[in-house]
Write a protein that binds this ligand. Sequence first.
Ligand SMILES: NC(=O)c1ccc[n+]([C@@H]2O[C@H](COP(=O)([O-])OP(=O)(O)OC[C@H]3O[C@@H](n4cnc5c(N)ncnc54)[C@H](O)[C@@H]3O)[C@@H](O)[C@H]2O)c1
Length: 436
Amino acid sequence: MKIAVIGTGYVGLVTGTCFAETGNTVTCVDIDVNKVTKLMSGEITIYEPGLEKIFLRNLKEERLFFTTSLELGIKDASIIFLALPTPPGEDGSADMRYVLGVADELGRLIKDYKVIVDKSTVPVGTTEKVREAIAKNFKGEFDVVSNPEFLREGVAVDDFMKPDRVVIGTKSGRAKKLIAELFAPFVRQGNPVIFMDERSAELTKYAANSFLATKISFMNEIAQLCERMGADVDMVRRGIGSDDRIGKRFLFPGIGYGGSCFPKDVLALVKSADDVNYKFKILKAVIEVNENQKLHLLPKIKKYFNDDLKGKHFALWGLAFKPNTDDIREAPALYIIDALTAAGATVCAFDPEAMNNVRQTIGDKIEYAENQYAALKNADALIIATEWNEFRTPDFQKMVSNLKNKVIFDGRNLFDKAAINELGFYYESVGRPGIN
Ligand SMILES: NC(=O)c1ccc[n+]([C@@H]2O[C@H](COP(=O)([O-])OP(=O)(O)OC[C@H]3O[C@@H](n4cnc5c(N)ncnc54)[C@H](O)[C@@H]3O)[C@@H](O)[C@H]2O)c1
């Protein structure tokens, strides 16, 4: 099949590459000239495990193309995917300018039947709005379908190639047939393609992200109780997670969720609920808990340094909002950096993939280390903000010789308390009794 993907960011590039990998001819369109130039010349623009190899193969085998021209990109495509940004507007609702802007352009460019598939996370009713925007200028036959994307950054290729489910919102038999054919190679093991009406499909995406964010905030509140009641959240987590009804995943407390999805999607659902006169009470609390949790380590750090961080120097392990990605959107590490530097402290950070993005965002507000041990040089304490695997079993002796003090504030509960105790560290984590 001939496919066009509009928007070549985290979702668009994975979508385009994976569709090419199953034999389709895919043209990815983006307005970012720099990005398109790099991609055309074989330079990958995001870090996503496993992506570069299949990106290069499909580029070489001429199934994957890039262009800045929407007109050229969609010319031969029978299916057009929208993977455009839907960032939060000023009032928290999703900003629909990118999606509706492209829909408007498509209305002027389409010449024959196409299926336009919306993969962006959009408020309920957007599929109708996209249809109306296209129909203003194109009077022929076309379909608009909702296909929310559930991939997780860090395992996006696996998620796309073997999705738990594919959700398709449409009533059109013609569109259903085409989409089912396109997704067939991805669901050979029998995972469902769930067809539904478009509004339900749109809401499914917000419900999924909001539910997962709720699980995280719930566990962060349990962690708060653990710290006040002398319980250990690791034990509580294992105790509840073994119940099938609860499940083991998304029960890890920490310094809050970040990224480009959870924060904006939870906020957008609260706003959408407000718009239909419903107060989504649980989600308002989820947001509040997460806001506080991002700085959960700060009082602990301040307490250790007698409320005076001026002139203190911190090592920071992890900048990405989660491991295995270079995405720093809404990363808790950035909030910690702001708080520390505002209090007069300095920071030297290391992240395996996200340092370039942080450098582009905050420049020399902090120092950047070549590796995780170099970041520790002369630091008064280490702060851990992202649970990269390589931070899990570090060379503790090397840490001891580089750090000025044996002090760790661990926002991701990476270390075994007993082991760290034996090494003589002062150690604070989240929801577990501290060692001091
Ligand atoms: N990132 C994720 O993990 C994830 C997962 C599921 C769903 N989503 C949703 O998918 C959508 C895209 O997210 P993302 O993380 O890929 O965003 P992104 O910011 O990484 O990528 C968006 C791309 O669209 C391009 N763009 C903007 N306007 C354009 C236009 N008029 N024409 C062509 N290209 C244009 C931008 O240059 C950018 O490259 C959002 O709605 C998001 O909520 C994201």
